[in-house]
Design a protein around this ligand. Sequence first.
Ligand code: MG
Length: 159
Amino acid sequence: MHKIGLGYDIHRLEAGRRLVLGGADIPSGAGLLGHSDGDALVHAVIDALLGALGESDIGTHFPDTDPHTAGARSLGLLETVMGLVRSRGGEIVNVDAVIVAEEPKMGPHITAMKAALAPVLGVPETALGIKAKTNEGLGPVGEKRAIACYAVAFLKLPD
Ligand code: MG
């Protein structure tokens, strides 16, 4: 059978923090606040995968009270979730995502994000869609106070 999952995440931006999205380091004057590295794109992908498995969300699997995940690479959390996908006999058909960020420009970094994500997800880069858009200056994302990400994951699972 096939199952689809939807994920969403938003993190506040803080000046002087490292910006990590989709496992890629992006030069920026501000980065995402979070218990882990704040990688909202990876978090949205994780929730999409967990959703397709009928599992509870990322906060249940990786509580922000857990000292072991403080400052953790979100790609490492994604590896753990892929272990769960594989333990269920699942494989990813494709993942599609949208980053909503006013700045910096994400376009030049999408190749690096796909290169970081594809091996962890066990798919070719052609199975990954990552688009970026601004929020047209509207709301907290438009005012550069946050970055939001959406993702869907489509899985093939045993019948
Ligand atoms: Mg998050």
